[in-house]
Ligand binder design. Sequence first.
Ligand SMILES: Cc1cc2nc3c(=O)[nH]c(=O)nc-3n(C[C@H](O)[C@H](O)[C@H](O)COP(=O)(O)O)c2cc1C
Length: 332
Amino acid sequence: MNLSTTYLGLKLPHPLMVGASPICDDLDLARRAEDAGAAAIVMHSLFEEQLALENRTHEFISTHGESFAEATSYLPRPHDFVLGPDAYLEQISKLKRMLKIPVIASLNGHTDSGWLRYAKLIEQAGADALELNVYAVAHDPELTSIEVENGVVHMVEHVVRETKLPCAVKLSPYWTTLTHLSRRLEQAGAKGLVLFNRFFQPDIDLEELDVSLKLRLTDSPALLIRLRWLALLSGRVNVSLAASGGVHTAADALKAVMAGADGVQMVSALLQRGPEHIRAVRAELERWLVEHEYDSLAQAKGSMNLARSPNPENYERGNYVKILQGYARLVH
Ligand SMILES: Cc1cc2nc3c(=O)[nH]c(=O)nc-3n(C[C@H](O)[C@H](O)[C@H](O)COP(=O)(O)O)c2cc1C
């Protein structure tokens, strides 16, 4: 069975890859992922705060010495990040020397500024592609949605000026008009979209009276919002699409492909079951396609997108109306 796909211009034997996560921080885990058949691997991100931190810490210490100890404690500290910028670039080179599969590096930030020059350094270190994760919480009441969107588009233009690497933009689902923004990102030079970033939601600790942060891994229902937007974008933008979020089983991966994904990223499932889980998902994917008499994975790709699904209205308001009406009948 031919499971091949093209993602960001990279020819892959199948769509299953390791998503951005600490898996690539550990060379042994990265090798296990390749041995298990991962088609590509995405590194964890290099963060804007991390790159700005070096300069800021320098400024603080040289101008104010110890008097700013309290102020600096609000900033992330260098040891909050697993790999510093130089170690990150070195890790790209090590992964490239060790692995045959494509290595996709990741930059994560929210402002169009100097830190984006790292795109060039990432290219020089040997990465095959770049993911730009634009994670921002736009809460300033003076900021308009068009200003926020323009900011993201300018970041992509900046990265595309810095590097020839194909760039995928990892987005959150919380945009007013995601389809329009996606077209603007395509025009800005993005070669792919990763749907979606996960916002880790803060909680309130009632005992400590503090805002607490806790990492929660996903399960399959997290895929649903990805399926909807993959289906709505598939065939309407001329860029690669990747699913990120809620892919745990071969059925999840198949749904993502049928909705229109060229690439399928997995993190939570691999952290829970080990990188070897990719092998089982790939085998089951192939078995399903054979059993259902598909010629290739390409035949399934996009077959359930907005244009081709039997009930396209279910991707829009249709499902909302039907589900709410159906629920009303359950209440006596
Ligand atoms: C421990 C951990 C670390 C992560 N680090 C990053 C990161 O550095 N950059 C990034 O873009 N996404 C990061 N993610 C998000 C994942 O790439 C992915 O988008 C998210 O976990 C949803 O996919 P999943 O359901 O397969 O876990 C991280 C996720 C986890 C669980």
